[in-house]
Design a protein around this ligand. Structure first.
Ligand code: R2B
Ligand code: URA
Length: 309
């Protein structure tokens, strides 16, 4: 089964390392992480990243910079954190910030974009010989049957058929990978959320789609080939299958991180209830406040894990 592809917990000295599952990689004389503008010959990756314990990823470059600045304050690091530098400044594909043991990286929108970033990030963590790394996606999503502003911690990422799988075309085969996430981490995050007032938080399945409009059953795209009734029937069936929110990266994120030995979690705020509508009509201020919710929860979790509070 797919589960047997997963690494056992690496118990050597209690450390869990980051795996790459590619027999060709070791034989390469140099590895250029093209989309991050980093490389094994141009950068001392163990010196730059060897102490990383938490990696937070999210779609938007500005949001991930704001998260890094917030983490800087929470970790009580020196300097004001306002002038924090983008480690990937040589490319405008992704941005990356490091505050102590916390790395904050943007991944763009959708499965292909996050998957490219994850290939290079996982190799980076491997080259840097990082161990015991926890990776968390903090993002936005559309809710199903829950109040806008709720935070959903994903237990399982599912595809558009509500199945816990990620299908990737490799050469001309379809390869299916498991999208199970770390249940213990999800529970730890839920417990942590209980200490933060006024942020409704729950655990549920997250559906990952290839599109924001028709792919999420929206009636307001440039194309729409189904009825309002069919849309609502689909979303209600998703709810019955345990789906509480919809976004566009969780399946490949869960599959790749699981195979490479990273403890992984997905924490997304919902911007609307899809049973009520399709358009996101929140005011700017409310949108900003909602987007801070996963950041608050995760910064709280990280500072606790590091024994700071
Ligand atoms: C959530 O929000 C984005 C679409 O608006 C997408 O990246 C996602 O998963
Ligand atoms: N992101 C999504 O993918 N869907 C939504 O409805 C909102 C944010």
């Amino acid at each position: 089964s797919n589960r047997s592809l997963r690494p056992d917990k690496n118990t050597y000295e209690g450390k869990r390392s980051v795996y790459v599952k590619n027999p060709y990689l070791d034989a390469m004389d140099e590895d250029i992480l093209y989309h991050l503008d980093l490389g094994t010959k141009t950068h001392n990756l163990p010196a730059m990243f060897g102490d990383v314990k938490f990696v937070c990823v999210g779609g938007s470059p500005n949001r991930m910079k704001a998260f890094a600045q917030f983490m800087h304050k929470e970790l009580q690091l020196e300097g004001d954190g306002e002038d924090i530098e983008d480690i990937c400044a040589g490319t405008d594909r992704y941005c990356m910030f490091k505050t102590g043991p916390v790395l904050s990286i943007s991944h763009g929108m959708g499965i292909p974009s996050i998957s490219i970033m994850l290939h290079e990030l996982i190799k980076l963590l491997h080259h840097a010989r990082c161990c015991d790394v926890t990776i968390i996606r903090i993002g936005t999503s559309g809710g199903i049957g829950i109040a806008p502003g709720s935070v959903v911690i994903t237990d399982t990422a599912v595809d558009s058929f509500f199945k816990p799988r990620f299908e990737q075309v490799i050469l001309d085969n379809v390869v299916t990978r498991s999208t199970e996430l770390d249940k213990e981490l999800a529970n730890d995050l839920l417990n942590c959320s209980r200490e933060i007032p006024n942020i409704p938080t729950l655990i549920g399945h997250t559906m990952c789609t290839y599109d924001f409009y028709e792919g999420q059953g929206r009636l307001d795209g440039a194309l729409c080939s189904f009825s309002r009734e069919k849309k609502l029937d689909y979303l209600k069936r998703a709810y019955k299958a345990g789906v509480r929110n919809i976004e566009m990266e969780s399946t490949v994120f869960a599959a790749m991180c699981g195979l490479c030995g990273l403890r992984a979690a997905v924490v997304c705020v919902t911007l609307l209830d899809r049973l009520q509508g399709d358009q996101i009509n929140l005011s700017h201020d409310v949108l900003v406040e909602y987007q801070q919710r996963p950041q608050l929860l995760i910064s709280n979790f990280i500072t606790k894990q590091l024994g700071l509070y």
